[in-house]
Design a protein around this ligand. Structure first.
Ligand code: GDP
Length: 254
């Protein structure tokens, strides 16, 4: 069953869990017709959450470990939020922007170099864990590498009870590609709730960004595990970063 792109889902989280979601109108602000989505101030009830998120991400954040295979996963003792996206989508830059650090996640122009899940502990004591999943969609990847990627990511998504939400990053210049749709289907099938995040928003004109946002929302509505709140971010200008931090904290708490 489809649902309108802007309808709030129950909080989240895995489809079927019932708590109130932040609607994207609340977290993301409004989308003027034909214009770019513009973050607006949080309503009073969520300002406190936004402030908590700001403080959390300004505090201690540590690389915990890399897991090239499932047997190396950390103990499932805190909520996890996983980041997925095509190589070069801006995932490392977004992780660095969210955590206010330059070198936390390595930015790289060597697509597909890493085939590991990287875990970052946020907070002291640890409040949540960010999981950097290996990028996908690299052109000349050997078949066995793609297979390895699929096995690792699929097994992680299906078996991880502490995984509260995934973020699927989409380059604002390119929009959804078939490899992104395949990622979305994997998440649908694993019943892991996810937000789409339009990255590099500074690279496109506001009108084009608005059109992309609308087209993306229409497509997201066809995916059972896609959360209706879609984020637009720029690691360059910082736009949308505070909103995403807040959504991450809320997802972790769900
Ligand atoms: P990853 O492969 O997904 O980790 O992507 P990176 O974070 O390494 O980014 C790929 C390229 O895009 C790098 O040259 C970044 O500087 C650039 N980039 C990433 N995010 C942004 C952004 O928000 N705005 C702009 N203008 N460039 C970005």
């Amino acid at each position: 069953m489809g649902r309108p792109p802007n309808s709030p889902l129950p909080s989240g989280e895995r489809p079927g869990e019932g708590e109130r979601a932040i609607s994207e109108r609340e977290t993301m602000g409004s989308l003027e017709k034909g214009g770019a989505p513009s973050p607006c101030p949080f309503p009073a009830g969520e300002r406190e959450l936004a402030e908590r998120a700001r403080k959390l991400f300004a505090g201690p954040i540590e690389f915990l470990k890399s897991a090239p295979e499932l047997k190396f996963l950390p103990e499932p003792d805190v909520p996890e939020i996983a980041f997925a996206g095509r190589s070069n989508v801006g995932k490392s830059s977004l992780l660095n922007a969210l955590t206010n650090r330059n070198g936390l996640a390595r930015t790289s122009n060597t697509p597909g170099r890493t085939q590991e899940l990287n875990f970052f502990d946020v907070g002291e004591p640890v409040r949540l864990r960010l999981v950097d999943m290996p990028g996908y969609g690299f052109a000349e990847a050997p078949k066995d590498m793609v297979k390895r990627w699929r096995n690792l990511v699929n097994d992680y998504l299906r078996g991880r009870t502490v995984l509260k939400r995934a973020l699927v990053l989409i380059d604002s210049r390119h929009g959804l590609k078939d490899v992104d749709r395949a990622m979305m289907r994997m998440l649908d099938e694993a019943a892991v709730s996810y937000h789409l995040v339009l990255t590099k928003a500074d690279k496109v004109k506001p009108s084009a960004l608005g059109a992309l946002y609308e087209a993306t929302a229409v497509e997201a509505a066809k995916h059972p595990a896609a959360h209706p709140a879609i984020f637009t971010t720029s690691s360059e200008t910082g736009s949308g970063i505070a909103e995403l931090r807040t959504a991450i904290l809320q997802s972790a708490a769900s």
